[in-house]
Design a protein around this ligand. Structure first.
Ligand SMILES: C[S@@+](CC[C@H](N)C(=O)[O-])C[C@H]1O[C@@H](n2cnc3c(N)ncnc32)[C@H](O)[C@@H]1O
Length: 256
């Protein structure tokens, strides 16, 4: 994988700390309802956006309105993660809690659903909704996915929805994912990738819009393999909002 996709910001423009600060600022505003993910424009919102991302209407019907309104999903990793009763699942960049809440039903009372996010306003919103839904098996942790506050081998499955593209250091995210999964654990994430010939501007604005940080399929899959994963593959693929970008769900397994 090209180093430019991991340690540096491709296309020049913002550096890694600028990217993180801009991403935090945007998603604070998304949590507060004063900005929509990726700047609004032609994008669908609310339940329509979830249906377009691949969720079933019945699955999201029981979620609080604020969770639906603050969602910033680009796919549906839950169905493909095949979560089992009693498992521990970790959601990277959990936002207002969408997938954590849905996962909590899959893993049941004997399982745990952990959401990780670096943005205070999102964590506050997620926790308020957790209390409202009285979900005892859901927990939100503050932290960055490049240095996760999660013990070695603590989780059976990692899910994530439209988040890893936002990281200026994807190698760290893949290495950390490998570390926190148990042997045999699975990584099933929806994310935005780019198809050949895409030239991101590298601006902080394009990073926030899930455009500038998108890497190619080959870079994603080889990055996972370099971190130790096996069976890295694309499970689903559909067009994303901008030309040259696609929303995919990617799976990889930590060897036994
Ligand atoms: C596009 S939103 C997706 C939220 C949620 N997964 C959903 O589908 O609604 C991105 C979320 O990831 C969080 N995030 C971005 N970069 C992060 C990082 N490096 N570490 C932890 N959280 C991050 C943001 O704070 C934001 O809540």
């Amino acid at each position: 994988m090209a180093d430019a996709c991991f340690g540096e910001t491709p296309g020049g423009g913002a550096d890694a700390s600028d990217v993180k600060a801009a991403v935090r600022e945007l998603y604070s505003k998304v949590a507060e309802g004063i900005e929509s993910c990726c700047g609004g424009g032609e994008m669908l919102t609310g339940t329509d956006s979830l249906l377009a991302s691949g969720y079933e209407a019945e699955a999201v019907a029981g979620l609080p309105e604020e969770v639906i309104a603050s969602n910033a999903a680009c796919g549906n990793p839950i169905d493909l993660a095949k979560l089992q009763e009693g498992e521990t699942v970790l959601d990277l960049g959990s936002g207002a809690g969408l997938d954590c809440f849905l996962a909590s039903h899959e893993v049941g009372k004997t399982g745990r659903s952990i959401g990780l996010d670096m943005t205070d306003a999102m964590l506050e919103k997620a926790e308020a909704n957790r209390k409202k839904m009285r979900l005892e098996n859901v927990e939100f942790r503050k932290g960055e996915m490049e240095a996760m506050p999660v013990a070695d081998g603590e989780v059976d499955a990692i899910i994530s929805n439209c988040v890893i593209n936002l990281s200026p250091d994807k190698k760290a995210v893949f290495n950390e994912s490998f570390r926190v999964l148990r042997p045999g654990g699975r990584f099933v994430v929806s994310d935005v990738i780019h198809e050949g010939g895409f030239e991101p501007s590298g601006s902080a604005e394009d990073w926030c819009a899930c455009i500038a940080g998108a890497i190619s399929e080959e870079e994603y899959l080889s990055g996972l393999r370099e971190s130790g994963f096996e069976g890295a593959e694309i499970l689903t693929r559909k067009p994303y909002i901008a030309a040259g970008l696609v929303s995919v769900t990617i799976q990889a397994i930590k060897p036994q």
